[in-house]
Design a protein around this ligand. Structure first.
Ligand SMILES: Cc1cc2nc3c(=O)[nH]c(=O)nc-3n(C[C@H](O)[C@H](O)[C@H](O)COP(=O)(O)O)c2cc1C
Length: 367
C-alpha cells in the first residue's frame, strides 16, 4: 500500500538526488564522549535511520569551544571530532543516505558553568532569558558581543563547516532557530543593539546573513542550508514582525544565493514540550513558502499527523522533517510507505543516557 504518496516523490537537494521527502529532523541527544567526540553508539543511531536517498540532519553540533559547551554534546573543532563524525557519515553513505551537520552556537542559552574559564555566555544583547534553565536555575545575563568580536564568531561557523566537509558531510545546516545565537541576533526581543547589528530588520538580519556568507564561501552554496523558527516562543523569543523579518532574510538569500541548498522552517504550531497537541495559532509558514523557489523543509507536529505531512508535501512540494517519531521508529520511512503503525516515543530517554531509547528501537515486524 502506498499510503502517503506525496512524501515519496524524488527531489534534488544541493548536488544530491533524494528518493523521498521524509527528513530526519535535527535532535540533540547528548551521547557524545567527555571530549564532545561522537562515539560508536551515535554511528549506530544514525545508521539505523538511514534510507537510500533519504536526508538525515544531525543533532546540533558545537562549532567551537566558545559555542556554549555542555556535557556530551558533540563538537566539530578537533581532529577527534572530525574522525568521530566521519565514521557516522561513512555508515550513512554506505547505505546511500544523505547527511547534513547542524552547526550550533548556543549564545545566551549557555551558562558560565559551561564556558571556558567560566566566562559569561555571549549574545546580541545583555538580556537574560526569562524563566528557568534545564537545571531549574535562572538564566544568566549574557555579555553582548563587542563589534570587533563578531567576525571571529562568524569565522567559527565557517571553520566548523569546513570541518564538516572534511568529515564527509554532504552539507551543513546553520542553526538559526529556537533561540540560539543566530536567532538571538535576528529576533527583536533579544536584540536591543544600537550598532549596525541591531535596530532595523536589516541590521538584526546582518549577523545571520554574514554567517551564511562565510559558510557559503567556505563550502559552497549547494552545501549550505539554514533553519529558522520565526514564531519563536521557545526560550523567550518573540519578534515584533516575524513575516517582515524572515521575509527580508529570504529575499536577501534568494538574491545572493540562488543555489542555496535549502531552508528549514519550524511550524508556528510547534510545541515540543507538549505530548498531546499543538499551540493554537493562525500564523502560517505560507508567506515564506511563497517567497522561496528552492528546497523548503517544514518541521513541527508532523510526528502526530503523517497525513498532514503528505497533504503539505502534495500542496507545497515541501520536504517534511520528523523529529520525535524518528526517535522511536528507526524505519519510519518504511512504516510511512507501508502504512505500518508507529511506535510511541520515550521522552525520558531524549536527552542523555546510553543505547536505551536511542539505538534499541526495532524495525516493524509484520505479523
Ligand atoms: C529530543 C529533541 C531534541 C531536539 N534537538 C534539536 C536540535 O538539536 N536542533 C534543532 O534545530 N531542533 C531540535 N529539536 C526540534 C526537532 O528538530 C523538531 O523540529 C521537533 O521535534 C518537531 O518535530 P516533531 O513534531 O516531528 O517532533 C529537537 C526535538 C527533540 C524532540
Amino acid at each position: 500500500m502506498v499510503a502517503l504518496s506525496a512524501l515519496f516523490q524524488p527531489v534534488k537537494l544541493g548536488g544530491k538526488q533524494l528518493n523521498h521527502r521524509i527528513v530526519m529532523a535535527p535532535m540533540t541527544r547528548i551521547r557524545a564522549d567527555d571530549n564532545h567526540v561522537p562515539i560508536d553508539l551515535i554511528r549506530e543511531h544514525y545508521e539505523q535511520r538511514t534510507t537510500e536517498g533519504g536526508l538525515l540532519i544531525t543533532e546540533a553540533t558545537l562549532i567551537s569551544p566558545n559555542a556554549g559547551g555542555g556535557p556530551h554534546i558533540p563538537g566539530l573543532w578537533t581532529r577527534e571530532h572530525i574522525d568521530g563524525w566521519r565514521s557516522v557519515v561513512d555508515a550513512v553513505h554506505k547505505k546511500k543516505g544523505v547527511i547534513y551537520n547542524q552547526l550550533w552556537h548556543k549564545g545566551r542559552v549557555s551558562s558560565s558553568l559551561l564556558m571556558p574559564n567560566n566566562v559569561k555566555p555571549v549574545s546580541a544583547s545583555a538580556i537574560a532569558i526569562q524563566g528557568k534553565n534545564s537545571a531549574g536555575q535562572d538564566y544568566e545575563v549574557p555579555r553582548a558581543l563587542e563589534l570587533d568580536e563578531i567576525p571571529q564568531v562568524i569565522q567559527e561557523y565557517a571553520t566548523a563547516a569546513k570541518n564538516a566537509v572534511k568529515a564527509g558531510f554532504d552539507g551543513v545546516e546553520i542553526h538559526g532557530a529556537s533561540g540560539y545565537l543566530v536567532d538571538q541576533f535576528i529576533t527583536s526581543s533579544s536584540n536591543k543593539r544600537t550598532d549596525k547589528y541591531g535596530g532595523s530588520i536589516e541590521n538584526r538580519a546582518r549577523f545571520a546573513l554574514e554567517v551564511i556568507e562565510a559558510v557559503v564561501e567556505a563550502v559552497g552554496p549547494e552545501k549550505t542550508a539554514i533553519r529558522f523558527s520565526p514564531f519563536g516562543g521557545f526560550q523567550d523569543m518573540n519578534d515584533d514582525t516575524p513575516y517582515e523579518t524572515w521575509g527580508y532574510i529570504l529575499d536577501q538569500l534568494k538574491n545572493k544565493h540562488p543555489n542555496f541548498s535549502y531552508v528549514h522552517f519550524t511550524e508556528p504550531r510547534l510545541n515540543i514540550t507538549n505530548d498531546t497537541g499543538f499551540t493554537d495559532t493562525d500564523d502560517s509558514l505560507d508567506p515564506f513558502r511563497a517567497k522561496w523557489d528552492g528546497v523548503f523543509i517544514a518541521s513541527g507536529g508532523y510526528t502526530y499527523d503523517p497525513k498532514l505531512a503528505a497533504e503539505v508535501a502534495e500542496t507545497t512540494g515541501n520536504l517534511i522533517s520528523f523529529g520525535r517519531s524518528f526517535t522511536s521508529n528507526p524505519d519510519l520511512v518504511e512504516r510511512l510507505r507501508n502504512g505500518f503503525p508507529l511506535e510511541k516515543y520515550d521522552r525520558s530517554t531524549f536527552y542523555g543516557g546510553n543505547s536505551r531509547g536511542y539505538a534499541d528501537f526495532s524495525n516493524y515486524i509484520q505479523q
